[in-house]
Design a protein around this ligand. Structure first.
Ligand SMILES: [Mn+2]
Length: 368
């Protein structure tokens, strides 16, 4: 098994920084958990509040956890330390940190309380270095094990997206459709939704980050559904916009423009090009239509253990070069206030010859 710990250390070297003697990845309490903890331990079951993973330059990992998690943690492939009392916890941590003069931390996800705790129990005068960039770079490029899990999460939402319009009926409220989505995802093996579902009917679809209210579905409504499945800690994220009844010419055109923008964006996903390019291509196309200026967010975001997993396909990403194994959403949209919005979102993994679609739900305008 390829060592994800080693990959983080290799990135530190690539950044021409001096390697720390140990990297500390510490969890606070749910939901303030560092997803890097799950990245390196590969643990799928358990909560691990207050647990710490110590990563060493030779690729080894030591994990400290409470008795509560001992059973789940014993399934991992690392050196495990279980504590019963807080004094035992301190004793273990001090022992592990004893020889470390240089300690790496993940500033993106470490709480001040955990940092102070580590500092207190490290050797006097130990130096702290922030290795968050190296961690982010490692997590940005998914390995095949991660891609397999992500594909399963994507398969679940694809199946649900192709079924929901036969379940959604005139008169149903947005939150009812959101509930159906969650139920259907879990029936297919998801642990739950990967984020709060967006179910937006009619003019609510023009609000990109609406959640789900109590508007009832009517003929003539766009039904925009943006949802994701959590599967073995990995997240998928899909959006489809359906039409209740028969779409007008304007509504259909609006849909086709977003679909074409997505097609152009997908074509612009090329290894070696800046990650800003697909967004620019999609935005330029939308801006050449009557919907100029109405694509109001970034084209896509990284996806993995978190639904916004670092990195993105947006105008600010010019410094990121697209590479094989990166996973992003591709989600252009057009939003007309007071009228409605259309967004089409798929999840892709970048391959040598271009993007591989991981979500596979139908994309032509569905009228139901
Ligand atoms: Mn998304």
């Amino acid at each position: 098994m390829e060592s994800r710990v080693k990959r983080i250390y290799q990135n530190i070297e690539k950044q021409n920084e001096k390697s720390p003697d140990v990297i500390v990845i510490a969890n606070a309490t749910e939901p303030i958990l560092d997803m890097t903890f799950f990245y390196v331990t590969r643990l799928e079951v358990g909560r691990y509040e207050g647990s710490i993973a110590f990563l060493f330059p030779d690729g080894k990992l030591s994990m400290v956890t409470s008795l509560l998690e001992a059973e789940s943690a014993s399934k991992g492939d690392f050196d495990l330390h279980v504590f019963k009392t807080s004094s035992e916890f301190i004793e273990i941590v001090e022992k592990i940190l004893k020889g470390a003069g240089r300690i790496g931390i993940n500033s993106d996800e470490l709480t001040l309380k955990s940092y102070n705790f580590i500092k207190e129990h490290a050797k006097a005068g130990a130096e702290f270095v922030d290795v968050s960039k190296a961690i982010k770079a490692a997590r940005l490029i998914k390995d095949e094990a991660e891609i397999t899990t992500l594909k399963k999460a994507c398969q679940i939402v694809s199946e649900v997206a192709d079924k929901i319009y036969s379940v959604a009926k005139v008169g149903m409220k947005e939150y009812e459709v959101a509930a159906e989505l969650s139920y259907m995802m879990q029936k297919l093996g998801a642990a739950g939704p990967s984020f709060e579902t967006i179910a937006a009917f009619g003019k609510n679809s023009a609000e990109p980050h609406y959640s789900a209210g109590d508007v009832s579905l009517k003929e003539g409504h766009f039904m925009l559904l943006d949802f994701g499945a959590l599967y073995r800690r990995y997240c998928s994220d899909i959006t489809r916009t359906y039409f209740c009844g028969q779409a007008s010419k304007k509504q259909r055109e609006m849909y086709e423009i977003v679909l074409e923008a997505q097609r152009l964006a997908l074509d612009a996903i090329v290894v070696g090009e800046p990650a800003s390019k697909p967004h620019i291509v999609a935005a330029e196309y939308i801006d050449s239509t009557e919907y100029k200026g109405l694509f109001t967010h970034g084209l896509g975001h990284g996806l993995g253990l978190a639904v916004h997993d670092g990195g993105g396909l947006n105008p600010r990403a010019a410094d990121t070069i697209m590479q094989e194994g990166m996973v992003f959403t591709v989600e252009p949209g057009v939003y007309v206030p007071g009228f409605g919005g259309v967004r089409i979102e798929d999840d892709i993994v970048i391959r040598k010859n271009g993007p591989e679609l991981m979500t596979t739900a139908r994309k032509e305008l569905i009228e139901f």
